[in-house]
Design a protein around this ligand. Structure first.
Ligand SMILES: C[S@@+](CC[C@H](N)C(=O)[O-])C[C@H]1O[C@@H](n2cnc3c(N)ncnc32)[C@H](O)[C@@H]1O
Length: 251
C-alpha cells in the first residue's frame, strides 16, 4: 500500500514535543466552571512526580487501579475524548471497569464532567493533558482496551509528525496493553486510515482484526457515536473503524 507513513516520528521527537491543538475555546458557563473547580480535582489522574531531592530517579509507578473505588475488573483508556460522549457512554455501559480519558482541550473536559455528574458515573478518571506521558507512566500490560477516535488528521505533509498515531505511540500503547487487548482507531479521513493501517500492520505487536469489509465499515456493536463522527457524517464523510489486537508477548 502506498503511504507517506515514512514521515512518522521517532521516540526522541515525541519526547521533546508538546501537545498540538487548542487547549481552550469559548468562555465556560458558570456550571461547567464550577465542575472544573470542584469535581475535576477528584477525578484527575495524579501523575508520578520526580523526587524533589533526586530529579534523576525514576518516579514511582502509577497504580491506575487504585484510582477507582471499588477496584475495577479492567481498565480502558480513551485518547483525545473531545466532548467525552464515547467515554461517558462506555463508562455507563461498563460500571465494573475503570475508564481513563485524556483530553487537553478544557472545554471538552468540562462537557465530560457535566455528563459524569448528570449520569453519576463513578468509574471515570481524567488526564487533562497530552496522553503520551500518561501512557508511559502506566504499568506494563495494564490496559484491556484503548481508543483513539477521530484523531486530528493533520493533512499537510509537513504536519504529519503531529499525528497521534506514530510508531513511537504504537510502541508505548503496545507496552501498556495486555496480551489480547484491543486498540480501536476510528477516522473519517482515508489518508489517516491508510497511515494507521501501514504503521500498525508494520508493527510486530499489533494484528488488524478485519476479516472482511464490514469489519471496518460498520462500527463494532458496542459503539458509542462521538460528536466529531456525527459531524463527519453530516459533511458526507464515511468513517472507518479499525480494530487491532495486541499480540501475546513471547513467554
Ligand atoms: C478531532 S478531535 C476528536 C474528539 C473526539 N474523539 C470525537 O470523536 O468527537 C481530536 C481530539 O484529540 C485531542 N488530542 C490531540 N492531541 C492529543 C494528545 N496528544 N493527547 C490527548 N488528546 C489529544 C484534541 O484536543 C481533540 O479534542
Amino acid at each position: 500500500m502506498e503511504t507517506d507513513a515514512s514521515d512518522d516520528e521517532g521516540a526522541e521527537d515525541l519526547r521533546r514535543r508538546i501537545v498540538h491543538g487548542r487547549r481552550t475555546g469559548h468562555k465556560l458557563r458558570p456550571h461547567a466552571r464550577n465542575l472544573i473547580e470542584s469535581l475535576l480535582p477528584h477525578l484527575r489522574v495524579p501523575m508520578p512526580e520526580p523526587h524533589p531531592l533526586d530529579p534523576e530517579a525514576v518516579p514511582p509507578p502509577l497504580d491506575p487501579f487504585a484510582l477507582f473505588t471499588p477496584r475495577p475488573s479492567g481498565l480502558w483508556l480513551e485518547i483525545g475524548f473531545g466532548g467525552g460522549e464515547h467515554l461517558a457512554g462506555q463508562a455507563a455501559a461498563h460500571p465494573e471497569l475503570g475508564l481513563i480519558g485524556c483530553e487537553p482541550f478544557i472545554n471538552g473536559v468540562a462537557k465530560l464532567l457535566i455528563d459524569v455528574e448528570a449520569r453519576n458515573l463513578g468509574n471515570v478518571r481524567v488526564h487533562t493533558d497530552d496522553a503520551r506521558p500518561l501512557i508511559e507512566a502506566l504499568p506494563e500490560g495494564c490496559l484491556d482496551r484503548a481508543f483513539v477516535l477521530f484523531p486530528d488528521p493533520w493533512p499537510k505533509t509537513r504536519h504529519h509528525k503531529r499525528r497521534f498515531i506514530q510508531t513511537a505511540t504504537l510502541d508505548a500503547l503496545a507496552r501498556a496493553l495486555a496480551d489480547g487487548a484491543e486498540l480501536r482507531v476510528a477516522t473519517d479521513i482515508m489518508a489517516y486510515a491508510r497511515w494507521t493501517l501501514v504503521l500498525a500492520m508494520r508493527h510486530p505487536d499489533f494484528e488488524w482484526l478485519a476479516r472482511g469489509p464490514a469489519d471496518w465499515r460498520v462500527p463494532p456493536p458496542d459503539w458509542v457515536p462521538t460528536r466529531y463522527e456525527a459531524k463527519a457524517r453530516v459533511a458526507g464523510r464515511t468513517p472507518v473503524y479499525l480494530r487491532f489486537q495486541r499480540r501475546p508477548r513471547a513467554s
